[in-house]
Design a protein around this ligand. Structure first.
Ligand code: GLC
Length: 663
């Protein structure tokens, strides 16, 4: 890997392997420094594909759009957007040349990949940047080298591969018990229930509302006896409230972000007015991270970090400016342009760039404006937690995932894809983001099945679950005010039961492939273009993926579809999980096939010569028997490299825990 230095970039600690600065010219790009900006230009030929960018909109091949790394709290993940919650500045170029490139800066970067001019890729940043070039003979090798350089990905506990239920709106202990009881009643496996912001007292981090959760530790202990874990949310903003210890300590120690004059910056999020911990300051990070102890002491073994782009609903200044604008509207008779202006002013109050440029961090004693380090704020929050867990729970893995992230955060936690919608197109977006996230180091990840915003239908949830059973994080989460979407809210409970029970049978395989991929710095979700680079048709398939070494998935993602066309780059065995839980198999030749997939079924494929290990299903991950496996697929003379450790301690080791099982 080569590093080209442009100015003196603020360290992100994304890359952990030491790489000396190269002396020569960057040959892959032409570089132009203009007033205040550096522009990297690359000419693409017709066939060039560009992969990467992790959590982003659109395809696996990113060509044809403008993407902006600028962590955004935006719940509408539609095609015309340029930014989502994360900034993952790694690309893999596959054309006349093949190379990986990482633009390492904590500030905004614009990736115009054939948007302005179809054959030109132009990457622009207005700050200093380190550019890393990764060489390799194949796309997979380039990713592997990059992944090695950014350090080993976060390893989740094995129970995090169980089915997880969440909803913004579980208000009290009784709501949580209802979820657990209902899943038990309908005999659907479950491993965790999430605590969204309503477990807190007035949305204050590391507090518990005593009225609604009188004995959270007792509840957690009781549920844990049944192998159910509670996963609380932690938000970035700290409520301003006299007598609230975190707020008072933060003020006293100077651990919050400050305005230019030294006053603590005030923004508003769920709790109303908050200060933002300065996660870029090592001491503040240590301080905040150790606050998770309040909850680990209550038995919590997992967390999700939220609102850490950071989301700012409004700042006092921004709100006042908007209110001033209203004063200027005299007769309330708005012309159409005034009306648009009004909309812009109102919308502009939230997550305003003006606010992001009005507060500062203390980085090694230097005052740095937030907009210079915006993209690592969420990463540093996750790092704060991850580093503290080393201290608080040194022996055990702690589940952690975040909404905002930057490359580097993958060492401390996973990600979920934020506030998606109950849209059919978001099944596909979920699928497409997985390999891109893997390229950038994020291995434990998933989207809210069924969609977070808007109203979910039974058929959407069934099709989504048919994909979700193959993803590391299999979580059903939804927003306040939307139609309830726990599996027991639907009519066809049998179909949800069948699919979820099958997920538990897949866990030995999913976990084994996940661990091997993490420990070998490899991808688990592999696009066809990476796996079959010489197959011209395969290269363009973006709605099918390899999952680990043995499986291929091709989910149905269109409403009322009764099947779909599938392309097989090689002979494969089609496996049909019928609605009765049977597994029917059939060998299919290389090429195109139309495959019927009933709404109650799951269809997937086993690659030529490969086998799939399955265990018996169980109610909880802890009850699975990982020793007694059945194998399906190309069983004659087949073998499987099976990784299995205890799933919870930090004793993970390929040499120790991989066994070759002859089938
Ligand atoms: C944010 C999160 C969402 C959560 C909500 C309330 O929108 O992305 O998952 O439910 O906040 O905490």
């Amino acid at each position: 890997m080569k590093r080209y230095q442009y100015g003196n970039v603020i360290a992100t600690d994304a890359v952990v392997e030491p790489v000396e600065a190269a002396t020569g010219e960057l040959k892959e790009f032409s570089v132009k420094k203009t007033e205040g900006a550096i522009v990297f230009t690359y000419e693409m030929d017709k066939e060039t594909a560009v992969y990467g960018l992790g959590e982003q909109v659109r395809g696996i091949n990113k060509r044809g759009w403008k993407y902006v790394s600028d962590c955004a709290d935006d719940p509408v993940h539609s095609e015309e957007k340029h930014s989502l919650y994360a900034s993952h500045n790694f690309l893999v170029v596959d054309g006349k040349e093949r190379f990986g490139v990482f633009f390492d800066t904590p500030a905004k970067v614009v990736f115009d990949i054939g948007y302005t001019k179809s054959n030109v890729m132009e990457i622009t940043t207005d700050t200093d940047v380190d550019v890393y070039i990764v060489e390799g003979s194949s796309l997979l090798e380039i990713v592997k080298k990059f992944r090695h350089a950014i350090g080993k990905s976060f390893i989740a506990p094995i129970w995090a591969f169980g089915y997880q239920q969440s909803r913004w709106g579980y208000m009290n202990e009784s709501d949580i018990r209802t979820v657990v009881d209902r899943y038990d009643e309908i005999d659907i496996p479950l491993d965790t229930v999430y605590l969204d912001i309503d477990y807190m007292e007035r949305f204050k981090d590391f507090t518990v509302d005593k009225e609604r959760f009188p004995d959270l530790k007792g509840l957690s202990d009781e549920l844990k006896k049944d192998n159910i874990r509670l996963i609380p949310i932690i938000d970035a903003g700290v409520k301003i409230e006299d007598g609230y210890d975190i707020y008072e300590e933060g003020v006293e120690k100077g651990y919050f972000c400050k305005e230019a004059d030294g006053e603590n910056f005030v923004g508003a999020v769920w709790p109303g007015k908050v200060h933002f911990p300065d996660f870029c300051n090592k001491e503040a990070r240590e301080w905040f991270g150790h606050k998770y102890k309040v909850l680990t002491d209550m038995g919590m073994e997992g967390f999700w970090n939220d609102m850490n782009e950071p989301a700012i609903f409004y700042s006092e200044k921004g709100l006042n400016e908007a209110l001033d604008f209203f004063q200027t509207i005299e007769d309330r008779n708005l012309g159409v342009y005034d009306f648009f202006k009004l909309g812009d002013v109102l919308n502009g109050v939230k997550n305003s760039p003006k606010d992001y440029s009005s507060f500062y961090h203390n980085i090694d004693g230097k005052q740095i404006c937030h907009d210079k380090v915006h993209n690592i704020y969420g990463y540093m929050m996750t790092r704060a937690a991850g580093e503290a867990f080393e201290d608080l729970r040194p022996e055990k893995r702690t589940l952690m995932f975040s909404r905002a992230s930057y490359i580097g955060a993958h060492r401390y936690g996973g990600v979920w894809m934020g506030d998606n919608m109950s849209w059919w197109s978001h099944i596909l977006l979920h699928l497409k983001m997985m390999p891109s996230l893997n390229m950038c180091g994020f291995m434990y990840m998933g989207a809210d099945m069924g969609g977070f915003g808007t109203h979910c239908t039974e058929d959407l949830m069934l099709r989504w679950v048919a994909l979700g059973i193959f993803t590391p994080l299999m979580r059903n989460h939804s927003a306040l005010g939307t139609r309830e979407q726990e599996f027991y809210q639907f009519e066809n409970i049998a179909a949800f039961r069948n699919m979820t029970k099958f997920r538990y049978r897949l866990i030995p395989y999913l976990y084994s492939e996940y661990m091997k991929a993490v420990l070998n710095d490899e991808m688990m979700y592999i696009p066809f273009a990476f796996a079959y680079p010489d197959d011209k048709q395969a290269k363009h398939i973006e709605d099918q993926l390899l999952v680990g070494d043995s499986l291929m998935i091709a989910p149905v993602y269109e409403q009322n579809a009764t099947g779909r066309t599938v392309y097989l780059p090689e002979e494969m065995i089609l496996v049909r999980l019928t609605k009765d839980g049977e597994l029917l198999t059939k060998v299919l030749d290389k090429g195109y096939h139309y495959v019927e997939v009933d709404i109650e079924e799951v269809v997937f494929y086993i690659r030529k010569g490969k086998v799939l290990p399955l265990c018996e299903t169980a109610k909880r991950v802890a009850e699975l028997d990982f020793e007694n496996l059945a194998f399906i697929g190309y069983t004659e003379g087949g073998s499987y490299q099976y990784y299995m450790d205890d799933g919870v301690s930090k004793d993970y080791d390929l040499n120790k825990y991989v066994t070759k099982i002859m089938v």
